[in-house]
Design a binder for this molecule. Structure first.
Ligand SMILES: [Zn+2]
Length: 457
């Protein structure tokens, strides 16, 4: 390494800066010569040559200096190989930052890769910003991401499983029947670390029970034994995969989806009643239409006047009573979920949870003329153990949903992916970004001057 100021500032190991001058458009021209012990070693046989052949001038692309581009003019030797057995006749010098046949510095590649991995920009944008081609930026990113993503999984206590669509479904018209036929409906099943900091653990193509089970199988028996709770949406496919591969783990369903189901049921009843009463869909001016926004709110968030408005509006006829019964059913189900520790501040007991569930079922049975309420009660009873476990453990799939949003954002930025492997790599790097940042962030410390001191005199 050279110790003259210009070479230290330039910072490419093995290159000595001989001249630097500002070029047109703020471009900086840097002239350099080689001074690396391995530079004259033949890339084939490794023999260090002592027979110069000719001088050549190359211009490897390099990182910018601030806002200005830097043009490197590297004057280097072409050597003749001294080994008699070597097939190579001549070769040019190389340094670790610019290996043989490379036309850009490694630090430029690293910069593009770090921008894609850390800032969430696309390879196309990184390529534009760094003056390289899309394949170069993409290859740099893939090479940097590979070792990070191949690290073995750390233990996970709470596992989340969710799915996301990996592209638009494709249809074609069947020539015989004239009907649309689904050609491809591509999904990824994703696995998340809900309790730790590992973010997105992995993805598999497809969303069958076998796809999910296969991923859990390859994670290894020790990893599987560590998982205590698995959170899923109300999806029987993933439930069967979890029961098969993680028989000892507690299965919980995400409570957001339970509430969503109850809110949808209230809306379904309201729409059916309104259609029966007016013979058309609801519109502004209808009494029921005026309270539709209030019906989806939580009871505890209603002001007294709003509560009275609901009661007044729905107490007037039999249809209104039906909507009211559905709304009360929704709130009775929410009573069950409100026992979780995050709401009450104390650990819930299973008997209380099951007691409130029984009251919800009881209400549904009293109003068995409302088909939507009965359907909801049936669905809830099918997932009863998982709902009770979710209330008791307080584990939710919220982090899976938030990371899924990042996964969808990556696909949007890329204007959708053609290559599933590229998509998995990009999404996984994006969904583990927070983890890497928390580990790599080092405190910036001031340092005592121990080396050469600045001496203006
Ligand atoms: Zn050789």
């Amino acid at each position: 390494m050279f110790h003259d100021t210009a070479s230290v500032l330039f910072g490419v190991e093995g290159l000595q800066v001989t001249d630097a001058e500002p070029g047109p458009d703020g471009m900086l021209e840097v002239w350099a010569v080689t001074g690396h012990p391995a530079a004259a070693a033949c890339p084939d046989c490794g023999t260090v040559s002592v027979r110069p052949h000719e001088q050549v001038l190359t211009r490897p692309r390099d990182v910018a200096r601030g806002l200005d581009a830097v043009e490197v003019w590297w004057v280097k030797w072409r050597w003749k190989c001294c080994s008699g057995d070597c097939e190579r006749k001549t070769f040019t010098e190389w340094v670790p930052q610019v290996p043989p046949r490379c036309r850009m510095t490694q630090r430029l590649r690293d910069k593009a890769a770090a921008e894609i991995a850390g800032r969430g920009i696309t390879p196309a944008e990184a390529a534009r910003g760094n003056g390289m081609s899309w394949p170069s930026a993409h290859d740099a990113f893939a090479a940097a991401a590979g070792p990070l993503l191949e690290q073995p999984l750390g233990p996970v206590v709470h596992l989340g499983i969710d799915e996301h669509r990996r592209g638009r479904p494709r249809f074609a018209v069947d020539e015989d029947s004239g009907e649309y036929v689904l050609l491809a409906d591509r999904w990824h099943t994703c696995f998340f670390d809900l309790s730790g900091e590992q973010g997105l653990l992995g993805q598999v193509e497809g969303r069958t029970a076998d796809d999910a089970a296969c991923w859990m199988w390859q994670a290894g028996p020790a990893w599987r034994d560590y998982v205590q709770v698995v959170a899923i949406d109300m999806c029987s496919i993933y439930a069967s995969a979890v029961r098969r591969m993680l028989p000892r783990a507690t299965l919980v369903v995400d409570l957001f989806h339970v509430v969503q189901l109850a809110v949808k049921m209230t809306g379904d009843v309201r729409r059916r009643v309104v259609r029966g009463k007016y013979g058309r869909r609801g519109r502004s001016g209808d009494a029921e239409y005026g309270i539709k926004g209030l019906l989806v709110r939580n009871l505890e968030h209603l002001r007294p006047g709003q509560f009275a408005k609901i009661m007044d509006t729905l107490g007037q006829d039999a249809g209104g009573q039906e909507i009211l019964a559905a709304w009360i059913g929704k709130e009775k189900l929410r009573d069950v979920l409100n026992l979780r520790a995050r709401v009450t501040g104390s650990t819930p007991c299973e008997r209380d949870v099951r007691g409130r569930l029984a009251r919800f079922y009881d209400w549904c049975a009293q109003n068995d003329d409302i088909p939507e309420l009965l359907t909801l009660a049936r669905t809830i009873s099918r997932w009863e153990d998982e709902i009770v476990a979710a209330v008791l453990t307080g584990v939710t799939n919220a982090r899976s949903e938030s990371l899924n949003r990042i996964a969808k954002l990556e696909a949007r930025l890329a204007y959708s992916f053609r290559n599933p492997a590229n998509q998995r790599r990009r999404v996984r790097m994006a969904c583990t970004r927070g983890t890497r940042r928390s580990h790599s962030a080092t405190a910036r410390r001031s340092r005592l001057v121990t080396g050469r001191k600045h001496d203006p005199g």
